[in-house]
Design a protein around this ligand. Structure first.
Ligand code: BES
Ligand code: ZN
Ligand code: ZN
Length: 489
C-alpha cells in the first residue's frame, strides 16, 4: 500500500527516486518542464495521458489537457500505471496541480489517480507485476499559485484515498473468477466488511428469500449449485440528513441460462456482479468517511446457470409485489433479480433516494459505448443529480429517457408483463422501464437506475482504469452522495 503524504517543502528539497511532472495543455514554457528539448527529440507530444520516462533525469512526464480534475486524474493514473513492475522507483514526488477554484477537488483527483493507477490484479499470476511505489510526496509547491492550507490538503488526501481504495476493493471482487466468488462468498465479503467498517449486516439465505416471496430472484438462481444470497448492509448515524437505498445486481456468473449466451459473449460474464460489487465498495467508503446520511446497500447475489432444474422461457414468475412476469428469455435475468430486490429494499427502508446499479443490458453498451453509464428513471431531477455526480467524479454518465411507446413493448398476453421487449431496439430503456414496474408510487420520483454494462469491465486500460474491472459506479455515487449532503446542509 502506497503511503501518501503532503509536504510544505518545495519540490527541489524533497529527496525521491523519481519526479512526476504533468505537462498541462502543452505549456512547454512552464518552469516545471525542465527537459523540453529532450522531450521533443524523443517525440513526446504531451497529449492527454501520454507518458515519457527520462530514466537518466529521474523524471516522468505526462500530458494533461487542463488543470481540471477530470484531466489530472487519468494523467496521474497513467503515469503511475506506466511504473508498474519498475522496482527502482520506490519514492515519488510530485507538485500540486491546482487552480484557485478547484484546489481541493484537483488535489483529491491527483490522490485518486495515484491510488487507481497503481492498482493491479495479480491473484492468478505466478509472477506478480505490482507497483513498487512505497511513498508518494505531494508538495504544496504549486503549478499555479493557490491558497490551499495543509489542513485542507490533508482532508482532500483522506477523501481521495478512501474513495479510490473503495473503487479498488470493488475491482478486486469483480475480477475474481466465478468459481472463487459465488453468492456465499459475496456474503462473506460483506460480513467481513461490516466488521472492519462498523456497518450492520444482514444476510438472507434461500429459506428467508422464500419467506419474503422473492420467487423471481429464486427462479434465476435455481439451476446453480451455488445458492443465492441477499445482502443488506447499513450505515445508520444519528440524525441523518437523508436516507438512501442502494440496490445492486450481483450475478456472480451469467451464462444466459437456457437462453444460453453464445461462447464469445459468455467470456467476461464474471463481471455481471459489478453492480452489487459497486454497492459493497460504496458502503465501505460511506462508513470510512462516516457520512452524515443513512445509507442502505442491498445486493442480490445469484448465479444464472443451466441444468434440469433451470427456469425456462415460457415460465410465469410471481414477483415479491405480486406482479406476474412471463419469462421469454432467461438471459434477461438481471431485471428478475432486481425486481424482487427493489421491492425488498422499499419494504425495508422508506428512502429519500433510491439508486440501483446493474450491468443490465448489452444494449446500453451499444447505445452509449464502453465508457459511459446510462442513467434512467422517472425524475429529471434525480437523473441530473446522478449525472452531475458522475461529472464531479470523473466517471461518464448520460441520461436515456423513458417513453410510453417503449413501455408498451413489454406487454404480455398471459401475464402482467414480459421480461423482454417485443422489439430489438431500445433495449437499455425497456429494461429500465421493466424495473420501474417494481418501484412503488412513493419511490418513483426518488429513483434512478444506472446501467453500468459499458464501463464496468473493459479489456483494455483507459483513463484511470486498468484492464478488467473499473469499479464503475463507486466514485459516481460517492460524489452524488456528497452533493446530496450539501443540498441537505
Ligand atoms: N448481463 C447481461 C448484460 C450485459 C451484456 C452486460 C454485455 C455486460 C456486457 C444481461 O443479463 C443480458 O444478458 N441482457 C440481455 C437482455 C436481452 C436478452 C433482452 C442482453 O443485453 O442481450
Ligand atoms: Zn443475462
Ligand atoms: Zn446479466
Amino acid at each position: 500500500m502506497i503511503n501518501l503524504t503532503i509536504s510544505r517543502e518545495c519540490l527541489a528539497d524533497i529527496k525521491s527516486d523519481l519526479e512526476i511532472i504533468v505537462v498541462i495543455d502543452q505549456q512547454w514554457k512552464h518552469p516545471f518542464v525542465h527537459d523540453k528539448k529532450l522531450l521533443k527529440k524523443v517525440g513526446f507530444g504531451a497529449s492527454q495521458d501520454e507518458v515519457c520516462l527520462l530514466v537518466e533525469r529521474s523524471r516522468l512526464y505526462v500530458g494533461a489537457s487542463s488543470l481540471q480534475p477530470e484531466a489530472l486524474r487519468p494523467a496521474i493514473a497513467s503515469a503511475v500505471r506506466s511504473l508498474l513492475g519498475k522496482k527502482a522507483y520506490k519514492h515519488i514526488k510530485v507538485a500540486t496541480y491546482l487552480t484557485e477554484s478547484t484546489s481541493t477537488t484537483s488535489l483529491q483527483a491527483m490522490v485518486e489517480g495515484i491510488r487507481l493507477g497503481s492498482y493491479s490484479f495479480t491473484t492468478y499470476k505466478s509472477k506478480k507485476i505490482t507497483s513498487a511505489i512505497k511513498k508518494v510526496t505531494l508538495s504544496l509547491e504549486g503549478y499555479q499559485p493557490h491558497t490551499l492550507s495543509l489542513e485542507e490538503a490533508v482532508a482532500a488526501l483522506h477523501r481521495g484515498e478512501i474513495i479510490a481504495d473503495a473503487t479498488n476493493f470493488t475491482r478486486d471482487i469483480v475480477n475474481t473468477t466465478p468459481d472463487d466468488c459465488y453468492p456465499q462468498v459475496m456474503a462473506t465479503i460483506a460480513k467481513k466488511l461490516a466488521k472492519h467498517a462498523t456497518l450492520n449486516c444482514q444476510i438472507l439465505k434461500p429459506k428467508a428469500l422464500r419467506a419474503e416471496k422473492m420467487e423471481s430472484l429464486l427462479a434465476v438462481a435455481r439451476a446453480s449449485r451455488h445458492t443465492p444470497r441477499v445482502i443488506h448492509l447499513s450505515h445508520t448515524p444519528k440524525n441523518p440528513k437523508a436516507v438512501i437505498s442502494l440496490v445492486g445486481k450481483g450475478l456472480t456468473y451469467d451464462s444466459g441460462g437456457l437462453s444460453l449466451k453464445p461462447a464469445d459473449f459468455m467470456v467476461t460474464m464474471k463481471s455481471d456482479k459489478s453492480g452489487g460489487s459497486a454497492v459493497l465498495g460504496i458502503m465501505k467508503a460511506v462508513a470510512e468517511l462516516n457520512l452524515p446520511i443513512e445509507v442502505h446497500g442491498f445486493v442480490g447475489a445469484v448465479e444464472n446457470m443451466i441444468g434440469g432444474d433451470a427456469y425456462k422461457p415460457d415460465d410465469v414468475l410471481i414477483a415479491k409485489n405480486g406482479k406476474t412476469i412471463e419469462v421469454r428469455n432467461t438471459d434477461a435475468e438481471g431485471r428478475l433479480v432486481l425486481a424482487d430486490l427493489l421491492c425488498y429494499a422499499q419494504q425495508e427502508v422508506k428512502a429519500d433516494y433510491l439508486f440501483d446499479f446493474a450491468t443490465l443490458t448489452g444494449a446500453a453498451v451499444v447505445g452509449v459505448g464502453h465508457y459511459t453509464s446510462a442513467v434512467m428513471g422517472k425524475s429529471e431531477e434525480i437523473k441530473s443529480l446522478v449525472i452531475q455526480g458522475a461529472k464531479a467524479s470523473g466517471e461518464l454518465a448520460t441520461a436515456l429517457d423513458f417513453n410510453p411507446y417503449l413501455a408498451k413493448t413489454l406487454k404480455s398476453e398471459i401475464a402482467d408483463i414480459c421480461n423482454i421487449s417485443n422489439t430489438r431496439y431500445g433495449g437499455a430503456i425497456t429494461a429500465g422501464q421493466f424495473l420501474s414496474e417494481f418501484v412503488d408510487t412513493t419511490h418513483q420520483a426518488k429513483w434512478a437506475h444506472i446501467d453500468i454494462a459499458g464501463p464496468a469491465f473493459v479489456e483494455h486500460p483507459w483513463g484511470e482504469n486498468p484492464h478488467g474491472a473499473s469499479g464503475a459506479g463507486v466514485r459516481l455515487m460517492l460524489h452524488t452522495l456528497e452533493q446530496i449532503i450539501q443540498a441537505h446542509a
